[in-house]
Ligand binder design. Structure first.
Ligand SMILES: Nc1ncnc2c1ncn2[C@@H]1O[C@H](COP(=O)(O)OP(=O)(O)OP(=O)(O)O)[C@@H](O)[C@H]1O
Ligand SMILES: O=P(O)(O)OC[C@H]1O[C@H](OP(=O)(O)OP(=O)(O)O)[C@H](O)[C@@H]1O
Length: 236
């Protein structure tokens, strides 16, 4: 069986991934020319590297089309229901840190917590004749957090595929759920994160798609242990 590892071909988490694989002694050689989207791990037979974007990697892990992937935890958790049954988070890699947060307009002075927001949602229809609208590309994480964790049911999700922080000012939504690292985009758009509004503290992870065939394959354990050992060395 060929083991496929999907690695980021571009973007924020590409360089960190290359570095951690080098430190783990998993040296990658490209197949074909330098611009090829396929590679192999030198010294271990039957391991194929597929270069994809961070969100494609989450999708391929969900479908089981790849065995391992390096991508953001936010994308993996958003991408599939019952995530912990389907994949194993083998290692948190210490880069690509960003939080998925609930943010409201700064001028909502009385709204500091999810409980305050629950009160706003309850009164919203009576006051405005419609439900509270949340702009996000993280609809699954939003539903889990609002409905299951906080018992807030009266809201509507407005799907946003970019510039989410601009949605309240543009009148497309009242509040947002989005990823933030420095916080500068939220600030520039006069939004504030609720005190208990951090849905997920994400970072780049080595993720394995759970497959029965992995149990008896020594290469699977070898890949996980190489990465974990490199991380422990970096810590120590
Ligand atoms: N400020 C940030 N904004 C967005 N994502 C961030 C940020 N900081 C770290 N990340 C993390 O980076 C990952 C996304 O990486 P990147 O933005 O490089 O992907 P991408 O190239 O946009 O992928 P795709 O093209 O498939 O959307 C996410 O898992 C996210 O958690
Ligand atoms: O907290 P900050 O450091 O300000 O970063 C947050 C911003 O970065 C990301 O957008 P990006 O411009 O990368 O576009 P993307 O959504 O296409 O990744 C994210 O969607 C936020 O808008």
């Amino acid at each position: 069986m060929t083991i496929t590892i999907a690695l980021p071909s571009k973007g924020r988490i590409k360089d960190g991934t290359v570095e951690i694989f080098e430190r783990a002694g998993l040296s990658i050689a490209s197949i074909g020319n330098d611009r090829s989207y396929r590679g192999r791990v030198e010294g271990i037979d039957g391991i194929e590297i597929a270069y994809l974007s961070a969100s494609e990697i989450a999708r391929e892990l969900a479908s089981g089309a790849v065995d391992f992937g390096v991508t953001g935890e936010d994308l993996v958790r958003e991408g599939m229901p019952g995530v912990d049954d389907k994949v194993e988070f083998c290692a948190r890699l210490g880069f690509g840190q960003a939080d998925v947060v609930v943010a409201v307009p700064e001028i909502w002075l009385d709204v500091e917590t999810m409980a305050d927001l629950g009160d706003v949602a309850t009164d919203f229809r009576a006051r405005h004749g419609r439900r509270l609208a949340i702009a996000t590309k993280y609809w699954r994480l939003t539903q889990q957090f609002f409905s299951r964790q906080h018992g807030i049911q009266l809201y509507r999700i407005v799907e946003s595929l970019g510039a989410t922080e601009g949605a309240p000012a543009a009148g497309q939504a009242d509040i947002i759920v989005d990823i933030t690292s420095t916080g500068s985009t939220l600030k520039a758009n006069h939004l504030k994160v609720l005190g208990d509004g951090v849905i997920l503290k994400s970072e780049a992870c080595l993720v394995r798609a759970r497959k029965p065939a992995h149990d008896a394959d020594p290469r699977v354990a070898q890949i996980i242990s190489a990465v974990q050992t490199a991380l422990q060395r970096a810590d120590g």
